[in-house]
Design a protein around this ligand. Structure first.
Ligand SMILES: [Zn+2]
Length: 316
């Protein structure tokens, strides 16, 4: 019996020593693993961090920086995001809300509906530092068949043109949206300058003593005019693109581009400028056409196409 007791005693002592030793060693190994190589939980936490960071970056990209990204670049960003964070839906929805022609949304057109309710016969210099003066705003012409004043037609046409451009993602500012204003031709150009317009588009209709004269013309700053040296080339480019777009329409008689150095609205402009004489209100047929919604819409669609072509050309 005593031998058994002694053996049990030794066994108990061994157990008392070995069990805590085993527990101690096991714990030490586990701690060592946590410090050196990450446990599965730690590994998850570390992997999640960069994913979250990337999500923030992609959100910022789609909401704030996207305005500076071309469409193709944005698609690349979305792909990267979807591969690594799996957050596809949100980014794709945001991208779909962007205007279709992303390259045009930084392009600003200032549209000037020619003339106003009352002519302003006061005078202003024809250009910066000029001694020669010219009346601030002339009265414009009147439709021989419709009796419509030019300032009414130019505002109707300008608002339609602006809507067409805006639909294509272009920014539009008008020099006037009502008739009873007093804005000189110099001041109209200065509105374009102050807004740093990419193109200043002046909308007018023609008049002539001969009622048989018809057709659309685009006026552009003349080559050797000292006031418009800096804007000559781009203005001509825009004017030509508008004329070429209009020439594709068989319903419109197109006269071509005409150079002018006597217009205050060009001479005061520091941004590329063009003036569209949509047609002759002194010709009964053309006057009626210009007040026909279908004809005017077609004509302005062509003008908008020319402007959009110029905008894309400048954006390249
Ligand atoms: Zn006019």
């Amino acid at each position: 019996v005593s031998i058994y007791k002694r053996r049990i005693g030794v066994f108990v002592i061994i157990l008392l020593v070995l069990v805590p030793l085993f527990i101690f060693l096991n714990k030490a190994v586990e701690e060592d693993r946590t410090n050196g190589k990450p446990t599965s939980q730690a590994a998850e936490a570390k992997a999640a961090k960069p994913t979250k960071k990337r999500e923030v970056v992609s959100e910022k990209t789609s909401s704030e920086d996207a305005s500076q990204l071309a469409e193709s670049e944005e698609v690349t960003v979305n792909k990267e995001t979807s591969q690594e964070s799996g957050d596809i839906e949100a980014t794709e929805t945001e991208a779909a809300d962007e205007p279709r022609d992303v390259g045009l949304k930084d392009f600003l057109v200032v549209i000037d509906p020619g003339h106003q309710l009352r002519a302003n016969l006061e005078k202003e210099p024809v250009g910066p530092n000029a001694t020669e003066t010219k009346i601030k705003v002339s009265g414009g012409t009147t439709g021989v068949a419709t009796g419509k004043p030019e300032y009414v037609l130019t505002l109707e046409a300008s608002l339609l043109l602006g809507q067409m451009l805006e639909k294509n993602g272009v920014q539009v500012i008008y020099t006037r949206t009502t008739h009873n204003v007093s804005i000189s031709n110099r001041e109209r150009a200065e509105i374009a300058n102050q807004n740093k317009a990419d193109l200043f588009v002046r909308i007018h209709a023609d008049g002539a003593e001969d009622p048989n004269v018809t057709g659309l013309s685009v006026l552009t700053p003349a080559q050797n005019n000292p006031y418009t040296v800096g804007i000559y080339q781009d203005s001509l480019q825009a004017s030509q693109m508008i004329i070429e777009a209009a020439e594709k329409n068989p319903a419109i008689k197109v006269n071509g581009v005409k150079s002018r150095s006597d217009l205050s609205g060009f001479n005061w402009s520091q941004v590329p400028s063009t003036l569209i004489e949509m047609g002759y209100m002194t010709n009964p047929t053309e006057d009626k056409n210009l007040s026909d919604e279908e004809y005017l819409t077609k004509l302005l669609t062509d003008i908008a196409d020319g402007i959009l072509q110029y905008a894309r050309y400048k954006g390249e």
